[in-house]
Design a protein. Structure first.
Length: 412
């Protein structure tokens, strides 16, 4: 099944909001084995929307719309689609009851135009809106499937997950089982990872491989189809094994996890604690870890040691290290990691020091970074990096590298 996603709303074209709905829908459709070949954005204009629908009908089996289902005059998605299909709009009783109930509960006056939200295209399956008023709908006409969702993501996402996927799966003219798995990688660029598995991508049929680059990360979505779920998973397992045999050093988790989540889980499972000394990152590592519920069970504390005085007087970095090697050095990172671990009574100490820019420091290039990791009974490991980008990117990537190094060598 080939799909096109049409987002309706002039605010999208004006750049007032980002089209996150299309991103979400594409990700979910890929997991269902549906190919998305086009994203279209059109403003609140009946003629231009009609043109977009006509183009989509020529090249897609499934056309999904987001936005334009509200009560105002510029909400014209369902009216335009109904006209293009030669169908009427009719009131859905359940939707109307839900709208009236909302106004009763909130003690607000229901204006006449709110009734418009209960109108649905004749012959469509109504998709309940559990987080808003305008229902979605799904229908089939002349061999094409149409699905309409409200624009607010907090309404669209649960509607698609709870009702839209069920509708699509019922309509598949196949008994195939479709399964997906997302592999997450850090410390390797998209082009480098692709080069290492290019032969697998070129030869892909079933399972398929879909690379996606994120901020300093790369994900691979593997999708397989088979007559049984067991066989579909076996195909995924086999492909994953092959991929990880080549780029497994950069792999850190599955699905929607994050580096910090993986570190947190491993620390919690092992009953170990961590403390940090942050110069370059300025408390970013501490904040990221403590944003996670339950982090008090693994995080003893952190010290932002931005000046040499704090490094020397609080964290007891020898003045000889600061004078000879400098604050941005392997020796300083080592001392910071060792001393913060002892000072705060943690099993693991991690330190961050470096040059975020915009200018050199201690005659060291912007992007020079040292991360120290100290564990009881083991030599301190110091990881040196030379990162590119602006000040914010360097600091963010430094923090992520810290989490990744904990996964590779510590926090287990």
């Amino acid at each position: 099944m080939d799909a096109e996603i049409i987002a309706v709303g002039s605010e999208l074209l004006l750049g007032q909001i980002a089209n996150t709905n299309a991103q979400f829908l594409s990700q979910e459709l890929a997991g269902l084995g549906v190919n998305v070949y086009y994203h279209t954005v059109v403003g609140d204009n009946r003629e231009r929307l009609s043109d977009a629908i006509a183009h989509a009908q020529e090249r897609a089996d499934l056309i999904i719309f987001s936005g334009g289902l509200g009560p105002t005059k510029d909400d014209l998605t369902k009216e335009t689609i109904a006209k293009s299909l030669g169908r009427e709009l009719v009131y859905d009783e359940k939707a109307m009851e839900a709208i009236e109930d909302y106004f009763r509960k909130t003690k607000r006056v229901m204006t006449e135009n709110n009734k418009k939200q209960a109108l649905v295209i004749e012959g469509s399956s109504v998709l309940a809106n559990d987080h808003g008023m305008a229902p979605g709908m799904a229908l089939e006409a002349e061999g094409k499937k149409y699905m309409l969702f409200p624009g607010p993501p907090r309404e669209l996402k649960p509607m698609f997950l709870n009702y839209g996927t069920t509708y699509l799966q019922k309509g598949f003219h196949t008994r195939e089982h479709i399964v997906s798995r997302v592999l997450r990688f850090f410390g390797i660029g998209e082009s480098q990872l692709e080069t290492k598995i290019l032969d697998l991508i070129d030869a892909q049929t079933n399972p398929t491989i879909a690379p996606l680059a994120g901020f300093g990360e790369v994900t691979l979505r593997l999708t397989s189809k088979s007559s049984t779920s067991e066989e579909a998973y076996r195909l995924i397992d086999s492909l994953e094994t092959t991929i990880l045999s080549r780029v497994g050093d950069y792999f850190y988790g599955y699905g929607d996890t994050t580096l910090e989540n993986e570190v947190f889980k491993r620390l919690l499972d092992s009953g170990r604690t961590i403390a940090c000394a942050e110069s370059l990152t300025g408390g970013w590592f501490s904040k990221t870890l403590t944003d996670l519920s339950g982090s008090s069970g693994v995080f003893n504390g952190g010290i932002v040691c931005y000046t040499n005085e704090v490094k020397e007087n609080v964290l007891k970095v020898p003045d000889t290290v600061l004078e000879k090697d400098g604050a941005v050095s392997e020796a300083c990172a080592k001392a910071l990691a060792e001393n913060v671990r002892e000072l705060l009574g943690a099993d693991i100490g991690i330190s961050f020091t470096g040059v975020a820019g915009p200018d050199k420091s201690e005659d060291k290039e912007v992007g020079t970074v040292y991360i120290g990791i100290a564990e009881d009974g083991a030599p301190v490991r110091v990881h040196s990096l030379l990162l590119a980008g602006g000040r914010g990117r360097i600091r963010s990537q430094t923090m992520k590298h810290g989490f990744f190094q904990l996964l590779k060598a510590g926090g287990r």
